[in-house]
Design a protein around this ligand. Structure first.
Ligand code: ZN
Length: 134
């Protein structure tokens, strides 16, 4: 069950390089920066009302986000939906023939559990399912 939009992720070459735009020009604030070595990315969260923007920077040359930046030069990378019981969602989607990027939930930012729906199954958008761990 999808509860709300958790965040909208934007791929950037360098978080520090874009910080000025989000903070000084738009007047938003980066609330925290976290490195996720398992996913080879560093993320910065910017709260906006009920949701957040997640800036995603590649941590290495073999990061999937690096490839995305090379192909598209940055932009919206994925949309994240907060779900309840991600494992049940994964089973439900697999039964419907939906292509996922992993069979099981993986660790995302803030220790949350995440899984991605392949853009081939969503008409072009990479969708993240995210179950909050409190
Ligand atoms: Zn995300």
């Amino acid at each position: 069950m999808i509860k709300k939009i958790s965040h909208i992720a934007i791929a950037v070459k360098n978080i520090e390089e874009v910080r000025n735009f989000y903070e000084e020009i738009l007047g938003l604030r980066i609330e925290k920066i976290e490195e996720i070595p398992e996913r080879k990315v560093k993320v910065a969260f910017i709260p906006i009302g009920e949701t957040r923007i997640e800036l995603v920077e590649p941590m290495s040359d073999d990061s999937p986000v690096k490839k995305f930046l090379e192909e598209r030069g940055g932009g919206i990378h994925h949309i994240s939906f907060e779900v309840k019981e991600i494992e049940k969602e994964i089973i439900r989607l697999k039964e419907k023939g939906i292509r996922l990027t992993s069979e099981k939930p993986e660790r995302g930012a803030e220790g949350n559990l995440v899984c991605f729906i392949h853009p081939k199954s969503t008409y072009g958008v990479l969708i993240e399912l995210n179950e909050k761990r409190e």
